[in-house]
Design a protein around this ligand. Structure first.
Ligand code: ADP
Ligand code: MG
Length: 152
């Protein structure tokens, strides 16, 4: 398990990192995001969207649904499980089919998945440091993955 640690000094940096990371993403990739409210998860996803040729303005945390789909170089499935009440909720939207489908999945509040956490994923932990500083930690779970070359 490799861990890369990045210090972001502002939302633009987090976005730029997401954009950079997106270049390495392939169909079927899953990114699980961990971190408190305001730690920058959605900001990072806006950058990922941009890197997939999706207008980042379209990216907002789904408020009344658990997932949004955006079309770009690949489809981006954006899950936000903040309001997830029970795990049956994600089953009802066909969570697995998206995850193992032909797009890229990014999951905010992935800790809520419990036993439904996928076997293989890129783990991204975000931590609020100071006003505009966030620490971003990346590690690959159960996969020799192609992300590594894009982390620098
Ligand atoms: N370095 C940074 N990276 C990401 N967001 C930052 C950073 N510094 C300040 N912010 C601000 O923190 C907030 C993060 O919000 P958001 O991305 O919605 O977080 P989350 O989805 O984790 O709740 C935004 O208002 C953003 O402008
Ligand atoms: Mg969010």
């Amino acid at each position: 398990m490799n861990i890369e640690k990045i210090l972001s000094k502002g939302p633009e940096e987090t976005r730029a990192f997401g954009k950079h990371l997106a270049k390495a993403l392939k169909k079927g990739d899953i990114i699980c995001l961990f971190g408190d409210l305001g730690s920058g998860k959605t900001t990072l996803i806006k950058g990922i969207a941009e890197g997939l040729n999706i207008d980042p303005k379209k990216v907002n945390s789904p408020t009344f649904v658990l997932m949004n789909i955006y079309q770009g170089r690949l489809p981006l499935f954006h899950f936000d499980l903040y309001r997830l009440e029970d795990l049956y909720g994600i089953r009802s939207i066909g969570y697995d089919e998206f995850l193992y489908g032909d797009g890229i999945s990014v999951i905010e509040w992935a800790d809520r998945l419990g036993e439904f956490l996928p076997e293989e994923y890129l783990k991204i932990e975000m931590e609020h440091k100071k006003l505009d500083e966030r620490v971003i930690r990346l590690s690959a779970r159960n996969r020799d993955c192609h992300y590594e070359s894009f982390m620098h």
